[in-house]
Write a protein that binds this ligand. Structure first.
Ligand SMILES: [Zn+2]
Length: 457
């Protein structure tokens, strides 16, 4: 590639591209409420079509946000790009310094809901491809681009969509695509550029305990079963005070790290003391530290009570014996420990411990995904990072968060993934005052251009 003409184009068109970024941010697209979703899908489709891509807006299920699908470029080599056009709800509004859907620039940062997650990465990629086409000619390979509208509510229809359109997500002869550029990524607390190759899975459930028919006067407690106690006892069988998860068979599905993965974690910076300070704790659970703590964070499954609700939760006293109790529990999952397995193991576990009456409601989940840490996709991103940021990027194996990566990697033949984006550590995704440092957006466009160049090799 001719880096000079590419960079010059981005500089010459900076104001117009920034206005385009703002247009994306002005359009609300809240998956949780449906606000602006169809308008946003149309805007994304129009913008991709303006690059010369073949674009379709493809339904998932009736009334649910559609997928925007685009193809651009020619050749056997194919890069899959995954983004999402939906955003989290902007509330609480009073904590925003400028309105969430009026993009505002302050101190070299652009503030708006979605500025980072995920419209920032989406426009960075669109703008880089525009600059490539304008200055380098045709793309050196084919790009297939999937932009969904339900990521922020757990991508409930994406896997079924992928199942229906598997042929789109493979080469004409059925071989898997050559790489996938994932939606998110960016920089750590120390400003180091980070690449990850996977995500943990998740299984999110509600546990419902029932006692008596309706709430009672607590004076009846000597005779009446209490749903809150029932739930607490059931929860108590799931994990003990030494942080060991007691669901029979749970750890059987945790595979050992490969030597390659071990090496990646060992090289990964892990700012242990800073994390503890930020969280206001003296030590991590179980007293784990150093390399073992990093491994535990990335490669051990969890069982987390996210919320507990029963009886009287207001001020002062109310002597009530609750008839119902609910716990929201999430399990963060490692490769091989699937949401289906967890549901099955959890049901058997509760039954075995005498809690057949505690109902499990499945609220959603993803499998974990982890692709080769040294794939050509990752290598191309490493070389691009060196060229643009002048540093060897941090490789962080996988994100302890979750996303629908399995459906777009392992499920379609094993597409190697890399996560590379423009967010900095304090980007406030999902929170008020979400923003992107403009310099990261400018550099991010150059990174994508150079990544195209490197991936073509
Ligand atoms: Zn998000």
């Amino acid at each position: 590639m001719n880096q000079e003409t590419f960079d010059a184009y981005l500089l010459a068109h900076r104001e117009r591209l920034l206005e385009d970024y703002k247009d994306f941010l002005r359009q609300p697209s809240v998956a949780a409420t449906g606000e602006g979703i169809l308008e946003m899908a149309a805007l994304v489709a129009r913008r991709l079509a303006s690059l010369g891509a073949e674009v379709q807006i493809v339904p998932t299920v009736e009334d649910a946000p559609p997928v925007v699908w685009a193809e651009i470029g020619e050749g056997d080599k194919t890069l899959l790009i995954y983004n999402h056009y939906d955003v989290q709800p902007p509330e609480p509004l009073e904590l925003w310094e400028s309105p969430p859907f009026e993009p505002t620039i302050r101190d070299g940062r652009i503030y708006a809901r979605g500025a980072s997650d995920d419209k920032g990465e989406l426009v960075t990629r669109i703008h880089a491809i525009e600059a490539w086409l304008a200055t380098q000619g045709k793309l050196p390979f084919k790009i297939k681009w999937l932009i969904e509208g339900e990521e922020e509510i757990g991508s409930p229809h994406l896997h079924a969509w992928v199942e229906r359109h598997q042929d789109w997500l493979r080469k004409p002869d059925g071989r898997p695509l050559d790489g996938c550029l994932w939606e998110f990524g960016g920089f750590d607390e120390k400003g180091r550029f980070v690449l990850t190759m996977g995500v943990k899975g998740i299984c999110y459930v509600e546990l419902h305990a029932k006692g008596v028919d309706h709430d009672l006067h607590s004076s009846q407690a000597a005779l009446a079963p209490n749903a809150a106690w029932r739930l607490v006892w059931a929860l108590g069988t799931i994990k003990d005070a030494s942080e060991r998860i007691l669901i029979e068979g749970y750890y059987d599905h945790v595979r050992p790290l490969t030597p390659q993965e071990e090496a990646v974690i060992a090289q990964m910076p892990f700012e242990e003391e800073e994390i503890k300070q930020k969280w206001g704790i003296r030590e991590f659970v179980t007293g784990v530290s150093g390399l073992e703590a990093a491994k535990r964070l990335l490669f051990q499954p969890t069982a987390t009570i996210c919320g507990l609700s029963s009886g009287w939760e207001g001020q002062g006293t109310k002597t009530v014996l609750p008839a119902r109790a609910v716990a929201k529990v999430d399990f963060r999952l490692v490769p091989n420990l699937t949401p289906e397995l967890v549901l099955d193991l959890l049901r058997k576990h509760l039954d075995r411990h005498g809690f057949s009456d505690v109902e499990i409601k499945f609220l959603g989940g993803y499998r974990a995904a982890l692709s080769d840490v040294n794939s050509p996709m990752v290598k191309a991103a490493e070389r691009a990072a060196q060229r643009v940021y002048g540093q060897q990027p941090v490789k962080a194996l996988l994100s302890p968060g979750s996303g629908p990566m399995y459906s777009l990697s392992e499920f379609i033949g094993g597409v190697p993934v890399v996560c590379a984006g423009i967010a900095h550590a304090d980007t406030r995704a999902h929170a008020p005052n979400e923003h992107i440092i403009l310099q990261n957006y400018y550099d991010g466009m150059r990174f994508i251009g150079v990544l195209i160049d490197e991936f073509a090799r």
